[in-house]
Unconditional design. Sequence first.
Length: 497
Amino acid sequence: MKDRIRKVVVVGGGTAGWMSAALIKRVLGGAVEVELVESESIGIVGVGEATIPPIQHVNAVLGLDEAEFLRETKSTVKLAIRFENWRVQGEQYYHTFGAPGKSQAFCHFHHFWTRAQSGGFKTDLWDYDLNYLCCEENKFVKLQAQDKMWDMPYAYHFDASLYGVFLRKYSEKRGVKRTEGLIEDVNINAESGHVESLVLQGGGLVEGDLFIDCSGIRGLLIHQKLNTGYDDWGHWLPCDRAMAVPSERFDETLPFTRSIAHSAGWQWRIPLQHRNGNGLVYSSRHYSDDQAADILLNNLESKALADPKIIPFRTGRTRRQWNRNVIAVGLSSGFLEPLESTSIYLIQSAIVRLLHLFPLAGVTPELTGEYNRQSKREYELIRDFIILHYYLNERDDSQFWRDTRNMDVPERLTNKIALFRSNGTLVQDHLDIFLEPSWLQVMLGQGVMPQDYHPIANQLSDEQLQEKLVKTMQLKKEPLPKIPGHDQFLEMFCKQD
Ligand SMILES: Cc1cc2nc3c(=O)[nH]c(=O)nc-3n(C[C@H](O)[C@H](O)[C@H](O)COP(=O)(O)OP(=O)(O)OC[C@H]3O[C@@H](n4cnc5c(N)ncnc54)[C@H](O)[C@@H]3O)c2cc1C
């Protein structure tokens, strides 16, 4: 069917719903009408508090004032994730948003480092990464340096409910219509199979031309009405449940997320200005909910502020995330456990993709086909990156870790690991949000050491190589004494005049 799109209906008012409404309205302005329907009686999932740096693009497009954003959403800064007990118990490594050293054409810094290691000049690669250095000293400031040497990419931890409130205020101010109501039925056009309208409890009708299904895990339109298939990836990522609980804040807020592996899952700790967000992601085949609650509550280190909330999930993706005139965004489009904080990014990316391919003149198979191809690839690349953390473990304390170590993984991932192991080569796939430094840190952190390095690293003499490394570390550390503590930064930056 090829009908001009005049009205977009967003189904659901969680992070996905309000991000979609805000971005569509901001970018398309008066070209389309936007109405969002949500039900307070159902509420939102209420988790999803750690982000990755591309969130900055959303804020920039929306034209947000960063200080106001931090204040209103009780945000803290996120420079990294610290993985604890992932390779073996008692060990930790960081996946920072930065990069070690400074790369030169054709040859990443880690090749020089690898050569130096093999020649006996042993240093820690992370000591060449400013994000890491700031994490270790609990520091942060927005650096204005031109030189890539001092790039310090960052994201945020925010309160998911406050983020929704913030985006709602933003969207309503710009003309998004919000309708409170419980959707009881969905009307389909008998001829085209397209969704025509939503039927609300009490009989109200919300009509539209294009529907963004942001109704959460249930997938009210995409699954319950259109029966779009689902690719289940549970055989690669066996965790299928989460338990979340807020707790009192600590005296100091860290500028990174903690991810602490347990015997059959892992626990997150997300520092916010007013509290900590905590949760356990686990496999229900290995832990009962009571066991999970014990593990979570015994590892909080500050007082719980509510009862734990259980969230079952199914890892995988909706097969056609754009089906007819319905686009699934957020949890309705699939779910990958929050190990690398990618779900909010996937919301952003879905909306950006939709805006790029927006069917103003009507939905066509070419547009839906392209959208679905890109979405599939993007989901699969993130999936592989998450599998990497499990697959490369060397823990021997439980069947869970032995099983994930011995599973067959997607071929693309096997090849990436083999390439890196052989000579440190990293492959940048199109549409992979995780760039080479991310793959590098997780592979090294999980214990894969390259057996060789790029020949360009041989162009330096031993003395020149050592000098390069010493100088790089000195330069990286240069700004540290002037960088304030993370809490000090938040206090100064968020202060209202
Ligand atoms: C345990 C866990 C931890 C996570 N951690 C992270 C993280 O750290 N970082 C990250 O990026 N992502 C994370 N995520 C993902 C993140 O929470 C979601 O991507 C995000 O919250 C978006 O959710 P949503 O808007 O799709 O769904 P929801 O928040 O569930 O919203 C669904 C909306 O649909 C409405 N609705 C549903 N049915 C009806 C109906 N019949 N009538 C009317 N309205 C209806 C509801 O009222 C609600 O407004 C996590 C997810 C889980 C499960």
